[in-house]
Design a protein around this ligand. Sequence first.
Ligand SMILES: C[S@@+](CC[C@H](N)C(=O)[O-])C[C@H]1O[C@@H](n2cnc3c(N)ncnc32)[C@H](O)[C@@H]1O
Length: 210
Amino acid sequence: MDNRLFFPATQRNKKYIGDILSRILYKKGSILEIGSGSGEHAIEFQKRFPEIIWQTSDPELEHRKSIKSWIDKNSLNIKMPKPLAIDVTIEPWQLPSNILNSLLGIISINMIHIAPWNCTKSLFKSSSKLLNNDKFLMLYGPFKIKNKHISQSNELFDKSLKIQNKNWGVRNLDAVNEEARVNGFFENELIEMPANNFSIIYRKIQHKLK
Ligand SMILES: C[S@@+](CC[C@H](N)C(=O)[O-])C[C@H]1O[C@@H](n2cnc3c(N)ncnc32)[C@H](O)[C@@H]1O
């Protein structure tokens, strides 16, 4: 059965996100992706970084089916584990031991604004338990800077999110960084991305990026 979903934004941003990853993925290990959605990013990054084991996850069954179909269609079943049913708010996250023992970092793309604020809090809290030293948590998405939208399109997007769910919305970077701080992380790098997005790399220790 082909259960693949197609999320158009992934095709536009996957190269740019991959370019950031290419600067921080320089050794063998595993990456945990939170809120993998369709699975299109995972396939792209697994192919681009063959030394990595890309562990996908999503709480939505429809999304996990899509991820599995993308893995199958790309003949990556031997390399890539099945998607996990991680909901960030349900602790503890259950990870296979090989992933846990080789974990280099956690990435979440376009999740925290399309989920209630407590998901951001849970993301940092559980990530903090899994990531020490120079392991990273990378977020990608739109953010408000000093509580202001950086573009009119982000402002309109924020409004449309709040119409769908009053608990969703483009997050203020200062508030996200505060959550990082209380969980022992600091903003290691903030990178402006195309289409008014940012990539943010959090770590617990200072780390020079390549
Ligand atoms: C806008 S989609 C982004 C999907 C994918 N990362 C991308 O960029 O195409 C947001 C994703 O976050 C997931 N999500 C929502 N609430 C979540 C939660 N509590 N824990 C983990 N993932 C969640 C959704 O199921 C969905 O797949």
